[in-house]
Design a protein. Sequence first.
Length: 367
Amino acid sequence: MEPPTSSRLNSRKRRKDVSGPNGATELDGIPPKMSRRSLGLREPAPFSDEVEIDYSKPYIRVTYEEAMRGTPLDRPVRVYADGIFDLFHSGHARALMQAKNLFPNTYLIVGVCSDELTHNFKGFTVMNENERYDAVQHCRYVDEVVRNAPWTLTPEFLADHRIDFVAHDDIPYSSAGSDDVYKHIKEAGMFAPTQRTEGISTSDIITRIVRDYDVYARRNLQRGYTAKELNVSFINEKKYHLQERVDKVKKRVKDVEEKSKEFVQKVEEKSIDLIQKWEEKSREFIGNFLEMFGPEGALKHMLKEGKGRMLQAISPKQSPSSSPTHDRSPSPSFRWPFSTKTPPSSPANRSRNESAVTYDISEDEED
């Protein structure tokens, strides 16, 4: 039986990334609903020495094809994953999640190495073994925890825990004088690769703390830890306190600067509003002024109308040339004494005199 290749697993995991909320698709062959036998969903996963195993039944390892098709509920595929799990983080949880979802019916056993083995083969840990056991116990994907797990898996250990497959990332893990401690597992066809989560690891977290040591030391001093507990010297303690005061002063200055910027910004906004309103009012005033006093403004028309009324009031009205003329009654003519001739008159009055003469003659005739 050939173990699953990493490319095949990667493609299957990529399909899960774009699938339903639980990461399952129809192509994976995983039933949509299935009762999980894991105790870790409601309470911490038990330790292996607390779980009873029925040794009366023979241990027959399932093949990869049988595991992918799905096994009966009373015969889950037993997958084993081991590690240090120091500073348990999301990378650890994601690796265990992949191991739990390798097959439709999976029982995940997680081995955690002790402090002694870890310090000898890898280095000093931040968390002690009991803390690391407890962290793994409370991961929802874990069904069983093996304390003091072996550094190299032996056939006896695999048979004792009735392990079908071993899950780990495919990168060769060189340790304990071996180029790859999982080499014999791969050769036996029992290796099931998982993918590492990039950007997060225990070493990365420790690197951040070491890089920002002063920041975290000051942080814990501020929270009430003593310099002795932090292994900080007297001089460094005073230095951290001084830095803390300087940072507070800087923060206050920065707050004042930000407030002043906000004030200046508000003043600028107010001034811009005032300028805009002033421009609008000035344009309105100029428009009204031109409308009143401009060349064609209302004032000019008012002056014209007033001048015309004044001239009309001062000058007399002329009678219309076409109006009818009324004949006046003839006035009594004046006679010169001892003369029948009338005095000389203007041409305009001759017609009148002629009529008067005629009138006078008629009167003499009557006499």
